[in-house]
Design a protein around this ligand. Structure first.
Ligand code: G4P
Length: 196
């Protein structure tokens, strides 16, 4: 299976390195969204997890939603995203986890309604970045609390020099990243081999 080269190309063309360890990709992923690229990524996640019996894609607002919904579309299953603030319409029983954001230095209590995630589900968790693994880890906590099965964590951009992948893999969870960044050198992105 060929890797999703168009994602690496797009990161090289439009990504901007900020400081030591942050990649700004707001022109196609985290603010403005390129639907064609998202569709290609969704298709790739669907191919990788085609035989995993996925019944639901789970993500987190805000920037996880775009890739997650395209993965869900390609897998023909619903997508449910964890919410960071409780809406007044959320009267249902909730499953919650704490997610500490290193970039924003805040802890978010993220939640999913029990009615959208049950022990009957097999879940693909999708997020935009894998950095410190806090968001992905919190989503996995939620899926585990629901008693659902986790098929894997699908990531758009992983930064291999941060501890996220190790933390997730230590929990026995498969990580599939479509682009893997090994380093930023003089403002340029150096890639490691992507998973898919
Ligand atoms: P994590 O995603 O592995 O948990 O790492 P971390 O706590 O470091 O990331 C905090 C937030 O910053 C997350 O978004 C994450 O997706 C994002 N992030 C991490 N590294 C980068 C990066 O290099 N570039 C960009 N653009 N974002 C990065 P969030 O604050 O939880 O959510 P939201 O921004 O989607 O609302």
């Amino acid at each position: 299976m060929s890797k999703l080269k168009e994602l690496e190309e797009r990161i090289k063309k439009d990504g901007r390195v900020l400081g030591e360890d942050v990649l700004k990709v707001d022109s196609f992923l985290t603010h403005q969204v390129d639907p064609e690229l998202m569709a290609a990524m969704g298709q790739r996640f669907a191919e990788v997890f085609a035989d995993a019996g996925i019944t639901k894609v789970v993500s987190i607002e805000a920037s996880g939603i775009a890739p997650a919904v395209f993965a869900a579309y390609a897998l023909h299953v619903p997508m449910v995203f964890a919410r960071k603030s409780k809406s007044i319409t959320m009267a249902d029983e909730l499953i919650t986890a704490d997610v500490f954001s290193f970039t924003k230095q805040v802890t978010n209590h993220v939640s999913v309604s029990k009615k959208f995630l049950t022990s009957a589900d097999t879940v693909l968790v999708v997020d935009d970045f894998l950095a410190n693994g806090q968001a992905g880890g919190g989503l996995i906590d939620i899926v585990e609390q629901a008693g659902a099965t986790i098929a894997g964590l699908g990531i758009v951009i992983e930064k291999t020099f941060q501890p996220g992948r190790q933390l997730i893999e230590e929990r026995g969870i498969k990580v599939v990243s479509l682009a893997r960044i090994a380093a930023f050198v003089d403002g340029e992105v150096k890639f490691a081999e992507a998973d898919a």
